[in-house]
Design a protein around this ligand. Structure first.
Ligand code: DC
Length: 234
């Protein structure tokens, strides 16, 4: 029997916005038959509901109450992951620019982070998870058997986002680069669970690498980690 299947591990993929984490994490999960968890989508879902309900994104107390009561589900869908917030499909709206510009502030709220971390740990309890985010290797799953820190230069990350926006981007490349740098700063400088590479994470700079190369590298490391874990447990 396949060792990877026998000894399921958890894989944490952290890194800044636009480094390719979600594409890579989804493909790695598909190859290993693991479940992909996009934690950024969870912070985005909280942000959507806060904006809908008119909760000021600086109001930590109300954001905390909202997050504590909010049910977030991630379901596999044909075109990728479907995100439900209290049963409502928010898959598309979580990617809007309004949400993208507000989510860093919402994700800096301690009570929101605490609730999301708790939900994420529950999702990972059965192993066989590929989870991407900012604090997965350092905070949410410090015992993950494989930790990857995926990065790319800000210019490269802005270029990728720009191409994703299609023919009518509605924003200039320079503006995107500024917004990405600003989000990096907010995510790295916040007090709670800031974006940083875990000491035991493998650094992969995706600038100039193909998706296939990155996925291949992670899958091969996952096989090694799975075998090491299996050997330790036997
Ligand atoms: O990966 P993303 O762009 O969808 O993430 C949205 C925001 O959520 C981003 O500003 C950082 C934050 N985030 C976080 O603080 N911790 C995570 N584990 C995932 C995302």
């Amino acid at each position: 029997m396949n060792v990877t299947y026998q000894h399921r591990i958890n894989i944490a993929i952290d890194g800044p916005a636009g480094a390719g984490k979600s594409t890579v994490a989804r493909l790695v999960a598909g190859k290993l038959q693991y479940v992909y968890v996009d934690t950024g989508a969870m912070y985005r879902a909280v942000t959507v509901v806060a904006l809908e309900r008119g909760i000021p994104i600086e109001d930590d107390a109300r954001l905390g109450e909202l997050a504590a009561a909010l049910d977030i589900s991630l379901l596999p869908g044909d075109g990728g992951q479907i995100v439900l917030a209290d049963g409502d499909d928010v898959t598309e709206v979580i990617r809007s620019r309004e949400v993208t510009l507000s989510v860093s502030r919402v994700s800096a709220c301690a009570a929101v982070r605490q609730r999301m971390s708790e939900l994420q740990r529950r999702m990972a309890a059965a192993k066989g998870i590929v989870m991407d985010g900012r604090d997965i290797g350092t905070h949410v799953l410090p015992d993950a058997e494989l930790k990857i820190f995926l990065t790319a230069s800000p210019a490269e990350r802005a270029r990728r986002r720009y191409l994703e926006l299609g023919d009518d981007p509605g924003v200039t490349l320079e503006q995107l680069e500024r917004e990405i740098s600003q989000r990096d700063r907010m995510d790295s400088e916040r007090e709670i669970a800031p974006l940083r590479q875990a000491a035991d994470a493998v650094l992969i700079d995706s600038t100039g690498l193909t998706i296939e190369q990155i996925v291949g590298e992670i899958v091969s490391r996952a096989d090694q980690a799975s075998q090491t874990t299996a050997a330790r447990e036997n």
